[in-house]
Design a binder for this molecule. Structure first.
Ligand code: NAP
Length: 186
């Protein structure tokens, strides 16, 4: 069965990015490469990705992908980008711009994933939309030794222990990887 997994790095106090959408705090963590080593294994289990427009635009700008489309990191997989705006699409990449209710797009997302899983890249509210729709199965966070005063929230929803269950804890360099299963709403 296709599972929907939110996998992300986060600050200790639950931010995905700072107020300026910068990840400089993340790249500054010593040993971030070591923590990335298991990422290849995760990606093998992923059939397609879903992200919000801020996240997509950050990747496009950060990697200068309009001029260098060959640097798009998810070439082999469809990537759904949720936006109400007509965003520029990276040449040669399977990027599918969609808007509105995520449940309405679920049949297409599930089909694109094939027999593998769906990676929710972020941001937090988009993941919340999947949780609201009963379509979130796992939250996998790599907690960085960083706190920020404010920023983009990890998951701005109220999910209590009746829905979240800690499945594993692993140290990866300076990161703590916590994996939670999510019980879908009845
Ligand atoms: N720490 C990490 O590893 C990590 C992981 C992921 C993201 N990030 C960063 O965290 C930040 C997240 O930004 P964010 O909180 O703004 O979230 P986001 O999900 O990337 O973008 C939110 C935007 O997506 C569009 N959108 C979302 N749901 C939609 C829907 N159902 N229909 C149509 N449009 C929809 C809306 O903008 P429009 O309609 O105006 O397009 C919305 O304002 C980014 O800076 C990103 O780079 C960090």
């Amino acid at each position: 069965m296709t599972r929907v997994i939110f996998n992300t790095a986060t600050t200790l106090n639950g931010f995905l990015a700072d107020d300026a959408d910068s990840l400089s705090w993340l790249f500054a963590v010593a040993g971030a490469d070591e923590a990335e080593q298991d990422f290849g294994g995760f990606m093998k289990s992923i059939g397609c990705l879903v992200m919000g427009s801020t996240t997509y635009e950050w990747v496009v700008d950060h990697e200068n992908l309009i001029e260098h489309p060959e640097k798009w990191p998810y070439r082999a997989r469809p990537a759904f980008v949720l936006s109400s705006r007509p965003l520029p699409v990276v040449a040669g990449a399977d990027i599918r711009l969609r808007a509105g209710d995520v449940a309405g797009h679920w049949p297409e997302i599930r089909e694109a994933a094939g027999d593998r899983d769906v990676w929710l890249v972020g941001g937090g509210d988009l993941v919340g939309q999947f949780a609201d729709a009963g379509l979130l199965d796992e939250v996998r966070v790599s907690v960085a030794p960083v706190t920020l005063v404010s920023g983009r929230p990890l998951l701005p929803r109220r999910l209590e222990s009746d829905r979240l269950r800690l499945e594993s804890v692993r140290q990866a360099g300076q990161f703590a990887e916590l994996v939670y299963s999510v019980r879908r709403k009845e």
